[in-house]
Design a protein around this ligand. Structure first.
Ligand SMILES: [Zn+2]
Length: 416
């Protein structure tokens, strides 16, 4: 796997409202053959069939409007007729089409060597899926980029879909939980700002990678190096237990953002009104800094010690962080460890043991500017995201994805 990965550049871009224009600009700047003035070969993966059609249409329009660069963009999904599919594939093979906007239905049996970029327009359901889809880039061994446009709203949409799927076609709860965990791993990957992306990816597949060998080919390493920061792995199991305690003392009814606010010692209106500034753990995590706090929370979700449950309240989607008692006990007994990358020099946050260093002003901004995403934010509190996120998703629109992760289910069965 290593050799293949080395020609890859990994990065996560913040998905904004202007994502289509952003994508058009990014492709124009980085993936144009300067001899022919034509866009290089690439795939854009979307979540649903309607997304595919819309993105293909609007991206083409954005290029046309911009002018200058030549490109032909087509969509591809399982609902195309066999003739249509064949035509798109033939155009793609013969370079008459440069960019395919597709669901995961596209890829099986596709072996075009010169795919220079794989862009994910929405968050994939798992790191396994992500790895498989990005693996369609750079088969000629030359450099290729794997770019993920990430928003927390997409992740909630996916989570709601997994949960609705359970009610609709009676997916076993065990499977649903596995799917949620797979998604959580993907979210952790997307939101990471300290640890090398290759380390994360390979770790997930049980391999080790020395981040020194990344040589700035992932955005996290590049941004960290640009800011002159270094990191080390630290055992944060004690802090993790405290965070679980905090969630319990909030009666397991608060959003991730609220939990983090109390953890960091916020005295905002909401916190004061509820009297949560008087909790013994109010401000417990403030010396560690905000990024570490949100990473800790994510790691606890990934390890299934905490779960974020979404529900409908007054017609709006809301969420709450809950404790999984069996896992919390494992953490308490030291059977489960929480180890996190912590910035040790040059910026960011240091540990209590590491001294009094606070984050220099501007360092997070510098990273933000470079296009990375901010830490865990309030789920569903901004813009139109309040609306029931899943309601806009028609299940028929989605490829019959296996929202399954057999390895995960097998492992869970084994543990029982
Ligand atoms: Zn890296």
């Amino acid at each position: 796997m290593n050799t293949h990965l080395c020609a890859f550049r990994y990065e996560v871009q913040k998905k904004r409202k202007s994502v289509l224009d952003d994508m058009c600009e990014l492709i124009s700047q980085r993936f144009v053959d300067r001899n022919t003035n034509r866009v290089q070969c690439g795939i854009v993966y979307c979540f649903s069939r309607s997304d595919c059609e819309k993105v293909a249409r609007e991206l083409q329009a954005a290029f046309n409007q911009q002018g200058g660069v030549r490109v032909a963009i087509r969509h591809y999904h399982a609902n195309l007729s066999p003739e249509e599919k064949e035509a798109v594939q033939a155009d793609w093979s013969h370079d008459r089409v440069q960019v395919i906007v597709a669901t995961i239905a596209f890829g099986m049996g596709i072996n075009k060597p010169d795919v220079r970029f794989v862009i994910h327009f929405s968050i994939p359901k798992s790191l396994e899926g992500y790895h498989q889809e990005t693996g369609r880039a750079g088969r000629d061994g030359r450099e290729a980029a794997c770019i993920l446009y990430y928003s927390y709203g997409d992740c909630q949409k996916m989570r709601s879909m997994i949960q609705d799927n359970q009610q609709g076609i009676q997916t076993p709860p065990e499977q649903v939980q596995c799917n949620i965990e797979s998604l959580n791993s993907m979210v952790t990957y997307a939101e990471e700002q300290v640890e090398c992306r290759r380390v994360q990816l390979l770790q997930h597949f049980g391999e080790r990678f020395n981040p020194v060998d990344c040589r700035g080919t992932c955005d996290v390493c590049r941004n960290r190096e640009a800011a002159g920061m270094d990191y080390e792995m630290q055992d944060m199991s004690v802090e993790a237990q405290k965070m679980v305690e905090l969630v319990q003392s909030l009666n397991q009814g608060k959003t991730a953002n609220y939990v983090l606010n109390v953890w960091h010692g916020s005295k905002n209106q909401q916190v004061l009104k509820a009297g949560h500034n008087n909790l013994p753990l109010h401000g417990y995590g403030k010396d560690r800094g905000k990024n570490t706090g949100s990473r800790l929370l994510r790691q606890l979700m990934q390890k299934d010690v905490l779960r974020e449950e979404t529900f409908l309240a007054n017609g709006f989607s809301s969420s709450a962080i809950k404790v999984v008692p069996a896992k919390a006990r494992q953490l308490e007994r030291g059977e489960l460890k929480v180890v996190l990358p912590v910035i040790t020099s040059g910026g960011g946050e240091t540990s209590k043991s590491g001294g009094k260093t606070r984050q220099p002003r501007g360092s997070t901004k510098r990273r933000g500017k470079a296009g990375s995403v901010s830490p865990v934010r309030a789920p569903a509190l901004k813009s139109g995201m309040n609306k029931r996120v899943a309601s806009s998703v028609d299940l028929d629109e989605i490829e019959p994805i296996d929202l399954t992760n057999d390895r995960c289910v097998a492992e869970r069965k084994k543990k029982k």
